[in-house]
Ligand binder design. Structure first.
Ligand code: UDX
Length: 453
C-alpha cells in the first residue's frame, strides 16, 4: 500500500497552521512542510508570536456571482503551479472550503497540463474546525471526511490519506465519500449550523413579542435528543468568515443548477440573520425614545464571537452602522480587537468622515460608558460578566439602558435591576416604554442591498 511520507501544505493560515502542527505532532515519521506566499506569515509561525491569520477562499468581488460565488482564481493559480513543479505520484487534497465541483476544475487543469512524469490524484478533505477550538477540533474531530474518485486509483489515494488520520482518529470516525459529496457536505454542514441560529433567532423575535423567553424555549426544545442542545443560542446574528460565505455559495450553486426553490430556502437563513441585526438596532432606537441622534452609546464587543480578535462579518459592524446612520455617537470597547481594525471595518460600510466624527474606540470599558445613554453588548466575552455595574451605572445618564444582545448577563438581572438599569435582552419581552420606531430608509433594508453613503 502507498504510504504518505511527505506532506506539503499550501497556505499557513488558520487551517494550514493548526492542521499541519497536529499532523506533525501525531505522525513524527511524516515530513510536514507549510508554505505561503506571505513571507512574514511564515516568519511569524517560526517565531514566538504566532500569526492570527485566516486561510481564505474569498468570495468574488467582481463579475458574475459577485458577492456570492467563491473566487477560484487562487486555487486555479495554485493548481497550475503544482503541475509546473511536481513530478511522480502526488495526492492533491483540498482542505479549505471550496465550491462544489472545485476538485473537478483542479483535475481538469491537471489533465490539460499533465506531463509524462506526473500522476496527480485529487481528494477533498474539508476542515470543520472552529476558531478558538481549532486544535481540539483537530485532535478529537467529530468526523474526518475524505472524498475521492470512485476509480481504483482514487480509492488508493483515499486509503493513503485515511492512514495518516488513523494514527489518532478512530476508524469509525473517518468517512469516505465521492468527491462531490465531500465538497457539498462542508457547505451543507455550515448551512445547517447557520440555519439553527437563524431559526432560534426567529423564535427570539416571537418571544420578545409574546413574553416567552428564548433561553427557556431553547432549553426545552434542545432536550429533545433529535434536536440537540447545541447552537441554539439566540444572538445579534451569526458572524465569522464561514457561515455567510458558505450559505451564499450554496444559494449560488442552487441557482446555477436551476433549483430556485432550494436557493430561496437557504437565502432565508441569511435574510433572517440580517433581520435580526436590524431588529436589534431598531429596538435600541425604540427604547431610547425613538432617537439616538447625538446620543452616546457604549458598544461592548466587536469580534464575531468571544475569544477571537476576528471581526469578519461580525454583527457588531452592522449594528454600529445602523446606529451611525441614525447619528449616534459610538464608544466601542473590545478586549482583543485593535482600534485600527474597528475603524477599518466601519469605514468599509459607512462614510469614513462620519466614522472619524462619530466613533471613539477605547481600551477601557468604563470610559466607554461615561455619560452614555445606553450600553450595548454585542459579543459574549466572559469579562463582561465581571464588570463593576454599580460603577458603570453611576457614570451613565438616566434612565440607564442596558441592551444584552448575547444573554451574557441573565444571571445578574435581579442585581442589575436593583442598581437601577433598564435592561433589554434579546429573546425576552421588551420592558421599557417603547415607541414603535418607523425605520428610516437606512434601517429598512440590509446594508448589503444599500449603496455606500
Ligand atoms: C464555523 C463552524 O462552527 C466550523 O465548523 C467551520 O469549520 C467554520 O465555521 P466559526 O466561524 O469559527 O466556525 O464559529 P462558530 O463558533 O461556529 O460561530 C459562528 C457564529 O455564530 C458566531 O458569530 C457565533 O457567535 C454565532 N452563534 C453560534 C450564535 O449566534 N449562536 C449559537 O448558538 C452558536
Amino acid at each position: 500500500m502507498f504510504q504518505i511520507k511527505k506532506i506539503c501544505c499550501i497556505g499557513a493560515g488558520y487551517v494550514g497552521g493548526p492542521t499541519c502542527s497536529v499532523i506533525a505532532q501525531m505522525c513524527p515519521e511524516i515530513q510536514v512542510t507549510v508554505v505561503d506566499v506571505n513571507e512574514s506569515r511564515i516568519k511569524a509561525w517560526n517565531s514566538d508570536t504566532l500569526p492570527i491569520y485566516e486561510v481564505n477562499t474569498p468570495t468574488k468581488t467582481y463579475g458574475m456571482g459577485k458577492g456570492r460565488a467563491a473566487d477560484l482564481k487562487y486555487i486555479e493559480a495554485c493548481a497550475r503551479r503544482i503541475v509546473e513543479v511536481s513530478n511522480g505520484y502526488k495526492i492533491v487534497t483540498e482542505k479549505s472550503t471550496v465550491p462544489v465541483r472545485a476538485a473537478e476544475s483542479i483535475r481538469r487543469i491537471f489533465d490539460a497540463n499533465t506531463k509524462p512524469s506526473l500522476n496527480l490524484q485529487v481528494l477533498s478533505n474539508p476542515e470543520f474546525l472552529a476558531e478558538g477550538t481549532a486544535v481540539r477540533d483537530l485532535k478529537e474531530p467529530d468526523r474526518v471526511l475524505i472524498g475521492g474518485d470512485e476509480t481504483a486509483e482514487g480509492q488508493r489515494a483515499i486509503r493513503a490519506l485515511s492512514c495518516v488520520y488513523e494514527r489518532w482518529v478512530p476508524q469509525t470516525r473517518i468517512i469516505t465519500t465521492n468527491t462531490w459529496s465531500s465538497e457539498l457536505s462542508k457547505l451543507a454542514a455550515n448551512a445547517f449550523l447557520a440555519q439553527r441560529i437563524s431559526s432560534i433567532n426567529s423564535i427570539s423575535a416571537l418571544c420578545e413579542a409574546t413574553g416567552a423567553d428564548v433561553e427557556e424555549v431553547a432549553r426545552a426544545i434542545g432536550m429533545d435528543q433529535r434536536i440537540g442542545s447545541k447552537f441554539l443560542k439566540a444572538s445579534v446574528g451569526f458572524g465569522g468568515s464561514c457561515f455567510q460565505k458558505d450559505v451564499l455559495n450554496l444559494v449560488y450553486l442552487c441557482e446555477a443548477l436551476n433549483l430556485p426553490e432550494v436557493a430561496s430556502y437557504w437565502q432565508q437563513v441569511i435574510d433572517m440573520n440580517e433581520y435580526q441585526r436590524r431588529r436589534f438596532a431598531c429596538r435600541i432606537i425604540d427604547c431610547l425614545f425613538n432617537t439616538v441622534t447625538g446620543k452616546k452609546i457604549a458598544l461592548l464587543g466587536f469580534s464575531f464571537k468571544k475569544d477571537t480578535g476576528d471581526t469578519r462579518q461580525s454583527s457588531s459592524i452592522y449594528i454600529s452602522q445602523y446606529l451611525l446612520d441614525e447619528g449616534a455617537n459610538l464608544h466601542i470597547y473590545d478586549p482583543k480587537v485593535l482600534k485600527q481594525q474597528i475603524q477599518q471595518d466601519l469605514s468599509s460600510t459607512s462614510e469614513p468622515n462620519r466614522v472619524s466624527e462619530l466613533v471613539t474606540v477605547t481600551t477601557d470599558p468604563y470610559q466607554a460608558c461615561q455619560s452614555a445613554h445606553a450600553l450595548v453588548i454585542c459579543t459574549e466575552w466572559d469579562m463582561f460578566k465581571d464588570l463593576d455595574y454599580e460603577r458603570i451605572y453611576q457614570r451613565m445618564l438616566k434612565p440607564a439602558f442596558l441592551f444584552d444582545g448575547r444573554r451574557v448577563l441573565d444571571h445578574l438581572h435581579p442585581q442589575l435591576q436593583s442598581i437601577g438599569f433598564q435592561i433589554e435582552t434579546i429573546g425576552k419581552k421588551v420592558t421599557s416604554v417603547r415607541i414603535p420606531y418607523t425605520p428610516s430608509a437606512s434601517l429598512a433594508e440590509p446594508p448589503s442591498k444599500k449603496p455606500k453613503i
